[in-house]
Ligand binder design. Sequence first.
Ligand code: BJW
Length: 241
Amino acid sequence: MQDIDTTKPIVVLTGAGISKESGLDTFRDADGIWSKVRIEDVATPEAFARDPDRVQAFYNARRQGLLGANVAPNPAHKALAKLEQHWPAGVLLVTQNIDDLHERAGSRFLIHMHGELLKARCSACGDITTCQGDLSRADRCIACGVSGQVRPHVVWFGEMPLEMERIEDALMACGLFISIGTSGNVYPAAGFVETVRQFGTGHSIELNLEPSLGASAFDDAKYGPASEVVTAYVDDLVAQL
Ligand code: BJW
């Protein structure tokens, strides 16, 4: 393994692949979510305006799936929590995932750039609340009292991902950028490796089942199931300390 500057922070980006071995579907694999439903029907603001019941049903089913007894963090989530505990200069975990498996594994410094399935947001006043049950068109916002405007706290296509300024500052300052379980189809996350290359000095590595669309932009790569490659890579990093 290449020597990594232990005096600089690490930024980790995760995607749906890290949660696959925890029982959650990816989006673009052959059996993925987008093979069963169309993006235009469930994951845009226009879809929600056109057919809120359908969009709520899609997220209600995924929320209940996430809360099911068979979904739990896997060794890759746990390895990243261990990295956070050990890396002296700090680790910022940026996840595209709306599940809460990183939190359940013990990660504390994380940004959900595409939102969180276990939260709801009022489009009228912006109030965000925790949410474990089903959402519906009849829901009334507890903050402003408006009904029909409570939606999943997720980022759909055409909407601005969350905390982008903080993420970009961290990418430019990091000594290591690790991208895990993401296909590189969706921007701005797919462009993070280019930000590190152009504006930062950090080493970059992709850990994925197979090369992503942006694989050639990384300095290094290891391929295999996240539970194996992430665990081994984190063990090697921590052994350098
Ligand atoms: C394993 C594994 C195992 C499997 N172990 N690995 C034209 C050009 C460029 C950009 C655009 C464009 N037209 C439109 C855009 C912008 C658009 C976009 O990117 N579109 C593309 C489709 C082209 N992006 C947006 O609209 C975003 N907003 C935006 O850009 O705002 C403007 C802006 C301007 C300036 C600065 C910043 C912003 C918003 C994107 C919102 C995405 N939302 C979703 C849904 C969220 C809620 C939900 O979950 O339902 O987010 S879509 C979906 O894709 C979800 C994911 O987070 C996201 C990424 O998917 P991910 O994680 O990569 O999953 P997969 O399935 O694609 O890949 C899984 C990988 O894991 C695969 O490689 C497998 O091999 C691997 N794997 N098992 C390890 N066991």
